[in-house]
Design a binder for this molecule. Structure first.
Ligand code: SAH
Ligand code: SF4
Ligand code: F3S
Length: 439
C-alpha cells in the first residue's frame, strides 16, 4: 500500500481541505504514514497569511527536498494559499516539487495521482467549491461546512482575495443536505466556514441569507452546536445576532474581527466600518445575547499607526471585554496594497512593544471575564484527554472555552461540568453526573 504524509498550515479552511484530502487519498487506496520519511507521497497544505507562515513552511519543505534526494520516486505535493500565491514560480524555485495546487483544488490532486504524468503539474484555477469528497474527520463528532469560498473584500493588508478568488456561495439546499448527512454520520457540532460568512448568499440566483441558513441548519435533528467563522463586522446584521438568542444550537460565541480600534487605521485597512459602527455591533450583541463570549483578531503596527491610534485599539479592547483575541504583528504581503505603503512604517521594536502591551491587556481582560463561569455548571462537548493531565478530560463549552475536568464522559459526549477555577485560557472543573446544565 502506498502511504502519504500531510502537514497542514493556516486556518480552519485548510484544516477542512486537509480532511477532504485525507478522505480522497484513502479512497484512492493510500494509507497514512506516521513519519514523513516513511511516505511515498509528501504533501503540504500551505498558508501565506503572514511572513512567519511562509518561513515555517519553507523549513519543512527543506526536509522534503532531502527525502526526495534519497528516493526520487517520492512525490512531493504543495497545496493551499502559498502555492496559489506563487503559482508556476513554485516549480522554478523548488524543482523537486511534483504537483502544486490552489486552495480547495483537492480533486486536482486526485487527477494528478491517477494520471501517468511525471512532469511537474500546477492547478491554479478558481472554480468555486469543488465538493463531495468524503472527509476523514479528525473527530467523528465535529464537522466543518464550507459555506462559501473566496472573498470580495479588499482589506489592504490581506493576501486572501488573491489566493482564494471572488466569493462564491454554495446553494442553501446543498448545505442543508451536507449537514443532514453529517448528522447521520454522528456529527454533533458543525462549524460553518467562509472568509466572510455573513455575506453568504448574496451572489446566489435564489438569494439566501446567512441568518436563514442558520435557521435551517438549527432544524436538523442531531446537530447540537453550530459555530461559524469569520463574520465581517460590516455585514453583522441584527437577524444573525438574534439567531444566537433564538436558535438553540447556535452557540453563545461570536468571533468579530476588529483589526484596529482607530477609525483612521480602519480606513487605511479598507475595512469599511469605523470604531463607532463596530461598537454599535457589540452593543447589539450584548443586548440580545448578554452573556455571549466575544473573540477577535487584531493587527498591530499597520503602516501609519501612531501611538494615539494604538491607544484607541487598547481602549476598544478594554471597552468590549473580549473572552479571547488573536493578535498579529502587521506583515507586508506580496501583491497587497499595504505592502506598498512607505510612509509611517512602524519600526519592528515598536511593533513588538505594542504587541506586548496589547497581549497583556487581552489576557488580563480574558482572565477577568472567565471568572463569571466559576461556580456555574456548563455543558462541555468532550474532545479527548487533557493535554496537561491525562487523568482529566478536555472539551469545549458553548462559549468556546476549553475545559479540563475530572469525570467519566467520553469523547463525543456532552458532560455537565461544574467550574472550579478559571484562567485566561482554560477552565478547570468536575463533572456533575446528576446535574442539569444551566448554561
Ligand atoms: N476572513 C477572515 C480571516 C482572515 S485571516 C476575516 O476577515 O476575519 C485571519 C487574520 O489574520 C485576520 O483577521 C487578520 O487579523 C490577520 N492578518 C491578515 N493579513 C495579515 C497581515 N498581512 N499581517 C498581519 N496579520 C494579518
Ligand atoms: Fe482578508 Fe479582509 Fe477578506 Fe478577511 S475579509 S479574508 S481580512 S480581505
Ligand atoms: Fe492562510 Fe489561506 Fe487560510 S493564507 S489563513 S490558509 S485563507
Amino acid at each position: 500500500m502506498k502511504r502519504y504524509h500531510l502537514t497542514t498550515f493556516g486556518c480552519q479552511m485548510n484544516e477542512h481541505d486537509s480532511e477532504r484530502m485525507k478522505g480522497m487519498l484513502e479512497s484512492l487506496g493510500y494509507g497514512e504514514a506516521a513519519e514523513r520519511s516513511e511516505a511515498d507521497l509528501i504533501l503540504f497544505n500551505t498558508c501565506s497569511i503572514r511572513e512567519t507562515a511562509d518561513s515555517r513552511f519553507i523549513a519543512h519543505l527543506g526536509e522534503a527536498k532531502r527525502l526526495k534526494g534519497e528516493n526520487p520516486e517520492r512525490v512531493i505535493g504543495v497545496g493551499g494559499c502559498w502555492a496559489q500565491s506563487l503559482k508556476d514560480e513554485v516549480f522554478e524555485r523548488f524543482p523537486f516539487v511534483d504537483v502544486a495546487f490552489g486552495p480547495g483544488q483537492v480533486h486536482k490532486l486526485a487527477e494528478f495521482l491517477t494520471s501517468d504524468s511525471l512532469t511537474a503539474q500546477g492547478y491554479f484555477e478558481f472554480e468555486g467549491f469543488t465538493g463531495h469528497l468524503p472527509a476523514r474527520r479528525e473527530r467523528p463528532f465535529q464537522g466543518w461546512l464550507q459555506i462559501s469560498v473566496g472573498c470580495n473584500c479588499a482589506c489592504s493588508y490581506c493576501i486572501v482575495p488573491s489566493t482564494r478568488g471572488r466569493e462564491v456561495s454554495r446553494r442553501l439546499q446543498e448545505l442543508v443536505g451536507e449537514v443532514e448527512t453529517m448528522a447521520a454520520e454522528g456529527v454533533r457540532e458543525v462549524t460553518l466556514l467562509g472568509q466572510n460568512v455573513n455575506s453568504y448568499g448574496r451572489d446566489l440566483r435564489e438569494r439566501a441569507s446567512f441568518a436563514e441558513l442558520l435557521r435551517l441548519l438549527d432544524g436538523i435533528e442531531g446537530i447540537d452546536r453550530i459555530r461559524y467563522t469569520s463574520p465581517h463586522p460590516k455585514d453583522m446584521r441584527e437577524d444573525v445576532i438574534r439567531a444566537h438568542a433564538e436558535l438553540e444550537s447556535v452557540c453563545e460565541h461570536i468571533h468579530l474581527p476588529l483589526q484596529s480600534g482607530s477609525s483612521r487605521i480602519l480606513k487605511a485597512m479598507r475595512r469599511t466600518y469605523d470604531r463607532a459602527r463596530y461598537m454599535d455591533r457589540v452593543a447589539l450583541i450584548r443586548e440580545h445575547v448578554p452573556d455571549a463570549a466575544l473573540s477577535t483578531d487584531i493587527i498591530v503596527g499597520f503602516p501609519g499607526e501612531t501611538e494615539a491610534d494604538f491607544a484607541e485599539t487598547l481602549e476598544v479592547v478594554a471597552e468590549v471585554g473580549y473572552d479571547s483575541a488573536f493578535t498579529f504583528i502587521f506583515s507586508p504581503r506580496r501583491g497587497t496594497e499595504a505592502a506598498e505603503i512607505t510612509e509611517g512604517v512602524v519600526p519592528h521594536p515598536v511593533k513588538v512593544e505594542r504587541m506586548e502591551r496589547l497581549v497583556e491587556l487581552v489576557q488580563r481582560g480574558a482572565r477577568e471575564r472567565a471568572q463569571r463561569f466559576v461556580g456555574r455548571t456548563v455543558e462541555v462537548l468532550v474532545e479527548g484527554a487533557s493535554r496537561t493531565d491525562p487523568e482529566r478530560q478536555r472539551g469545549r463549552t458553548r462559549h468556546n472555552k476549553v475545559v479540563n475536568f475530572a469525570g467519566l464522559a467520553q469523547p463525543g459526549e456532552m458532560a455537565d461540568v461544574e467550574i472550579m477555577k478559571a484562567t485566561s485560557q482554560t477552565l478547570l472543573g468536575e463533572e456533575r453526573l446528576l446535574a442539569r446544565a444551566v448554561s
